[in-house]
Design a protein around this ligand. Structure first.
Ligand SMILES: Cc1cc2nc3c(=O)[nH]c(=O)nc-3n(C[C@H](O)[C@H](O)[C@H](O)COP(=O)(O)OP(=O)(O)OC[C@H]3O[C@@H](n4cnc5c(N)ncnc54)[C@H](O)[C@@H]3O)c2cc1C
Length: 491
């Protein structure tokens, strides 16, 4: 007897929503994506103006194999769709005292740099990476491949014997200071927890896997811009029969007797479903369910937001690296401003991504695309009016000029600004928190909102605000974990 195909509705067409839709469609399900905006991609998006093409969200991807596996599971070869480019050096770092260096995975060059910037031995660097490698190997088949509430298979549990107990517990920044005495290397490695929107002074040392992953597996760019990933996943979704409904804002998840049965959109139309999956920020789900008894994430536990200046300059700047970081004078003060005072830092660290240095197709003729970003708190009530943006731009620009960045003011042909408020409104993310809840402490890091709802039947989650966490590879891993759970419980 032929069984009826199940229908899944995914709320949101972000990377997680598309990655999951593709997997479910390949498992013979009917899939509908409802996306509130006019295009898919969510935070991984694009802005094209005045002859410049910018990625508006991610500018660096790691763990390329996770992307490859997403295409592979759809029966396709990633390289037939996108062209990854490994970025060398990984980044250029500039410190307030004028010290600067390239961080590279070339061993001889990096050994030379370590010698130049501090008199300390480079074996500490390799021991640090070895610790990251051991934590990564352990996480790969446990934390990264299944829901945290599932008991790992006994074979994977055995791997726990190898857990590197020494230095893997405690605070991330403390472990960094055990391995590096150089203030430059300390600040450089303390930056990595910001990849998940968190402070190095509060995250657990296990996050050392982030610098390890980047060093071992590389930092990558995609030719034509990272949005190519979204465009190609969308094409594959459509090829596999996924219905993508843009401009479709979901206002309600329909349910009865603690079992979900579909969604209702802003204009009142209903779509029934056997399974509903939330790809938008998980903390918005209680509102969609109309359930005030469900726990929400308190604002003071949100991850970082950011302010982004997308700048098109008419002048070509051949000496600019692909990624550069201009550090503040005190990281402690900067993170205290961000998380304790919850204000934009007086002295911000500034990240510059000049993707056009690697890919000239992003600019018509001469010029560069600059993505300039500083971390900002994810508050609900910051005005982000003209005055506030101007004052933030002045701090950002002073930091750049003091670090020797070329004065581009008279060459600016295009500028658009994305504030935490814009992010919050555009993607329904409370306060504009890019990575959902912060990863401060063990609980918040390892017990994120689960991929399967514990109260409502047939309700699931996918994306950066759920397990295993934010950042593009983790989001695709979450699509895999959620697809496996749906296969186990629904198909
Ligand atoms: C400025 C910035 C820089 C970043 N840099 C990097 C980086 O360098 N490397 C990296 O790996 N990651 C980076 N990230 C993080 C990365 O972009 C995210 O982790 C990832 O894209 C999140 O994907 P997602 O599918 O979980 O969610 P989202 O992209 O947020 O997608 C969710 C979608 O759901 C939609 N939605 C929400 N509610 C509703 C509703 N009620 N009805 C209909 N639709 C709804 C939203 O509009 C959105 O399109 C960055 C993010 C930003 C913003």
């Amino acid at each position: 007897m032929k069984t009826k195909r199940k229908h899944a509705v995914i709320i949101g067409g972000g990377l997680g929503g598309l990655g999951l839709a593709l997997r479910l469609a390949r498992r013979n399900m009917d899939v509908t994506i409802c996306e509130k905006n006019s295009s898919v991609g969510g935070k991984m998006n694009i802005h094209v103006s005045d002859g410049f093409r910018f990625d508006t969200g991610p500018s660096l991807i790691t763990l390329l194999d996770v992307f490859r596996e997403t295409f592979q599971d759809a029966g396709e070869l990633m390289e037939n769709f996108i062209t990854p480019v490994r970025i060398k050096p990984l980044a250029h770092y500039v410190f307030p005292d004028g010290t600067s260096f390239d961080y590279t995975s070339s061993i001889p060059e990096w050994n030379e740099t370590i010698k130049r910037i501090g008199s300390h031995k480079h074996d500490h660097f390799y021991n640090f990476m070895q610790l990251g490698a051991r934590i990564y190997m352990l996480s790969k088949n446990t934390f990264f491949s299944q829901s945290p509430y599932q008991f790992p298979p006994s074979l994977n549990l055995k791997a726990l014997r190898y857990f590197p107990l020494k230095n893997a517990w405690g605070k991330y920044s403390k472990t960094v200071s055990l391995y590096f005495q150089s203030q430059y290397l300390q600040q450089m490695f303390n930056r990595y927890p910001t990849y998940v929107g968190s402070s190095p002074f509060h995250t657990p040392a296990t996050l050392i896997i982030i610098p390890y992953i980047e060093y071992a597996y590389g930092g990558w760019f995609i030719k034509g811009g990272l949005y190519q990933i979204i465009e190609n996943l969308k094409t594959l979704c459509e090829k596999n029969g996924v219905q993508i409904k843009c401009n479709t804002n979901v206002r309600e998840i329909l349910h009865k007797n603690l079992s979900v049965s579909g969604i209702r959109t802003e204009n009142g139309s209903e779509i029934s479903a056997d399974i509903v999956i939330m790809n938008g920020d998980a903390s918005m789900t209680p509102i969609l369910l109309g359930d005030s008894s469900k726990r929400n994430i308190p604002p003071n536990r949100r991850s970082l937001s950011g302010i982004v200046f997308l700048i098109g300059v008419s002048k070509t700047l051949p000496d600019l690296p692909h990624h550069s970081i201009y550090f503040s004078a005190s990281y402690e003060k900067e993170f205290s401003d961000l998380f304790t005072e919850r204000k934009f830092p007086e002295d911000p660290t500034v990240y510059v991504n000049a993707a056009s240095r690697t890919d000239r197709s992003l600019v018509q003729g001469e010029g560069e695309t600059l993505f300039i970003m500083a971390n900002a708190p994810a508050n609900d009530n910051d005005s982000w009016d003209k005055e506030m943006i101007e004052s933030v731009w002045n701090s950002v620009y002073n930091r750049l000029l003091n670090g020797g960045f070329p004065d581009i003011r008279k060459d600016i042909k295009h500028i658009s600004v994305w504030t935490p408020k814009n992010f919050a409104e555009r993607y329904c993310m409370p306060g504009g928190a890019i990575y959902g809840q912060y990863s401060h402490g063990w609980r918040a890091t390892f017990l994120r909102p689960p991929n399967k709802d514990r109260k409502y039947k047939h309700l699931y989650y996918v994306g950066g605000s759920t397990h295993p966490g934010g950042g593009t590879p983790m989001v695709l891993l979450s699509a895999k974990i959620t697809a496996d759970l749906i296969k186990k419980y629904e198909i």
